[in-house]
Design a protein around this ligand. Structure first.
Ligand code: XMP
Length: 319
């Protein structure tokens, strides 16, 4: 019988059989798939699992801390957090082409991950959150839909010098099954039902050149948007929602003073397969609340717009 509990038991048995008493490394991104793998492997093999969490500085507000709190503090999973913000931002300096930015972020991500993993001794396996759609769509373009580690390994296989066998306990599952597994394993509902987040993160949501100033402003705006969506019960009615940083300045007034500051766009879509998508018809009152909060609470932002483009021809992300 296919119940989440049975799938968990079955997956645990398979992992134990494959791994025995040897050690496994997992690239934890904070996304649903790698998080479910972490929870599953922790249950199956405990301390034989080590996770490496690369923080590229392009994550959402408090995301890195949340990942550490949930996995390391609450669950007792061994997680090595690598704070690589400066390294990524230095490499991104001066680059404004979307694909070039993706390449820099993807390549650096793999480099950092490889550096960390070679510091660890006696690892025999590399675990990945590959799910069934990744298997069929492994030729996906634009960096793949999964984490960088995943897309990297999915398309090209393991790097030459990484002589590790793969552990992919979600390989036969669809996303909704992975989510049920996550709930069964005790992960919080909000975590398991999160919108997808691209591997390059805010790197492709800051149009053009990426800077720390822009990333910090965008993180705050995005946080307000998501918080209000959740409050209004709209988060789970949309498939993906986020803020985009536009590097243009617009005039505003605050009290008696003129303000000349940045613009953000809100983006929210409804979709089944992410190949086509309709812009979400969010209530005006909700948009009003979000825009009011963003402009009043974030000094560096003077204007908020809402993206009413559907896919195709517009893509979901702006880059
Ligand atoms: P687009 O913008 O192509 O997005 O309509 C479709 C879905 O793919 C995600 N996306 C990415 N995910 N690396 C990723 O891991 C990427 O470079 C990337 N680009 C787009 C996007 O968030 C949406 O869910």
């Amino acid at each position: 019988l296919w119940t989440p509990a049975n799938i968990v038991d079955d997956a645990i048995a398979k992992v134990r059989e494959q791994v025995g008493d040897r050690k496994v490394l997992l690239g934890l991104s904070g996304g649903v798939d790698s998080s479910v793998v972490a929870a599953l492997l922790h249950k199956a093999i405990g301390d034989q699992l080590t996770c490496v969490f690369v923080d590229h500085g392009l994550l959402r507000l408090h995301e890195g801390d949340q990942v550490m709190r949930m996995f390391a503090d609450n669950m007792g999973v061994k997680v090595i957090r690598v704070d690589a913000e400066k390294r990524f931002l230095d490499l991104l300096k001066g680059e404004s082409d979307p694909e070039a930015k993706r390449k820099i972020i993807g390549r650096t991500f793999i480099e950092v991950f490889d550096e960390e993993s070679t510091k660890l001794e006696g690892i025999d396996f590399l675990a990945q959150g590959t799910i069934y759609p990744d298997v069929i769509e492994s030729a996906a373009v634009k960096g793949g839909k999964a984490t960088m580690i995943k897309s990297h390994h999915n398309v090209g296989g393991l790097p030459e010098d990484m002589k590790m066998e793969l552990v992919e306990p979600l390989r036969e599952l669809f996303k909704d099954e992975v989510r049920k597994l996550g709930v069964e394993l005790g992960l919080p509902h909000d975590m398991v039902y999160r919108h997808p987040f691209p591997g390059p993160g805010l790197g492709v949501r800051i149009l053009g050149e990426v800077t720390k100033e822009y990333a910090d402003l965008l993180r705050q705006a995005d946080h307000i948007f998501i918080e209000e969506l959740r409050k209004a019960g709209w988060y789970e009615k949309t498939s993906q929602a986020f803020a985009v940083f536009l590097p243009v300045k617009s005039v505003g007034v605050v009290g008696d003073a003129r303000r000349y500051a940045w613009v953000v766009s809100l983006r929210a879509v409804e979709t089944i397969d992410f190949m086509t998508a309709r812009w979400a018809h969010l209530p005006y009152e909700l948009l009003e609340t979000v825009s009011g909060r963003i402009i009043n609470e974030i000094e560096g932002i003077s204007r908020v717009v809402y993206d009413v483009s559907s896919k195709p021809p517009a893509t979901i992300e702006w880059e």
